[in-house]
Design a protein around this ligand. Sequence first.
Ligand code: NAD
Ligand code: UDX
Length: 480
Amino acid sequence: MVKICCIGAGYVGGPTMAVIALKCPSIEVSVVDISVSRITAWNSDQLPIYEPGLDDVVKRCRGKNLFFSAEVEKHVSEADIIFVSVNTPTKTRGLGAGKAADLTYWESAARMIADVSKNDKIVVEKSTVPVKTAEAIEKILTHNSKGINYQILSNPEFLAEGTAIQDLFHPDRVLIGGRDTPQGQKAIQALKEVYAHWVPEDRIICTNLWSAELSKLAANAFLAQRISSVNAMSALCEATGADVTQVANAVGKDARIGPKFLNASVGFGGSCFQKDIFNLIYICECNGLPEVANYWKQVIKVNDYQKSRFVNRIVSSMFNTVSGKKIAILGFAFKKDTGDTRETPAIDVCKGLLGDNAHLSIYDPQVTQEQIQKDLSMEKFDWDHPTHLQPMSPYGTKQVNVVWDAYEATKGAHGLCILTEWDEFKTLDFKMIYDNMQKPAFVFDGRNIVDAEKLREIGFIVYSIGKPLDAWLNDMPAVA
Ligand code: NAD
Ligand code: UDX
């Protein structure tokens, strides 16, 4: 029986290995992590991450051919194929701070593999890493190898949170990069055979190592660039009376452009886009390509602009101050169907409003009060000036209230902001909400999910990203 071990039981390691176990009953899969609490949660009824369909997959395989364990070394030493799916965040200090990927976790995993291995191994980069990381990993492994043969493969993951299980069941492609040597090709073939249990062969792409590593950064940069492009257009739409949904629809009908990923929003979030673009920027700078680096920087700058533009719109609409006013925040996760708040635009929007002394009443169906308080009390890392953190102006304990119901959040509020596109927000009883709010009552829809016309009929003043402004908003000072 082939044995697979995955180091890192996070948003990628957990779901990916659960699907491999489900689709390959003849393979024994262990997922290991240094976080004992995370492993305990994977072994419980309350999984550590919320992902539609994940519970079912885990329940079907756990204890049969899928195991979660904190005995990292034991499982690594027994495995034939080791996936490394540890976190690779942006460095916050030292050389490359603010842009370069922090490979501390990766390096420590690689050193541990070298220490405990007794037979030949295929080591698979599942984490998103800078191009050429495989070379560094090879050096760590072979310098400590005791005669063991290691083949390094790059097999980046393209799943998106909220749809992880479906993405894993039906991937657009599986990418495997390896060395162009007989052993390298043999290792590629071994990994290909794992995926071939359920992925059609024409969707399994094999490349050299560097192409695979770079393709992952490139794909995320292209996706984020589309969002920044449509968000840049949304600002122009508001200034001109065009409607960003109509523009995106017309543009996306061009088969060369395509309709997906053109939803204007309050900004993209998540643990990947910003981090991976920073990573790309840093690699460009290190390779003497400042013009290319600057091109990608604009994607992040437009995203930051979109978030601050949203805050400015709220404040300027409400007579240029939100001081002492109650603002309901509906949605805190970076997208629907996940409880993940990493780099969520809600953090920036909430901090912007708190900076103007607003009182926030926050509701998200999947994010805990503890997580929201933690996110809002952390200082923001200033990527453009990484030597200093932007100090967080302290807010009073009464300024943030986390509640477990959208109606509770909006009771007595002056304004309501939708920051995550949860389906349940589309079907709220807005008449009841309106009746319980202060007047004039404002809705700021950062995801364009509510029917603005219906809300206006109820009496709300409504702002929708990139849509023609109603008379009230048009009369307020311009927003930059
Ligand atoms: P995560 O933080 O959820 O999980 C990483 C896990 O690795 C943590 O549980 C941590 O405790 C563990 N870990 C760190 N060092 C370890 C070590 N030495 N030994 C054992 N365990 C260790 O991260 P994630 O979101 O799963 O992302 C993992 C990688 O996958 C990142 O490189 C990320 O860029 C990439 N990725 C993420 C997504 C996503 O949607 N989250 C999608 C594609 C790719
Ligand atoms: C992304 C990539 O899609 C995935 O392939 C990669 O493996 C990891 O990074 P993820 O961050 O989980 O996945 O979610 P994604 O659906 O890409 O959304 C990212 C952010 O962009 C979210 O905040 C989302 O709300 C926002 N978004 C997405 C928009 O604002 N508009 C869109 O049209 C699409």
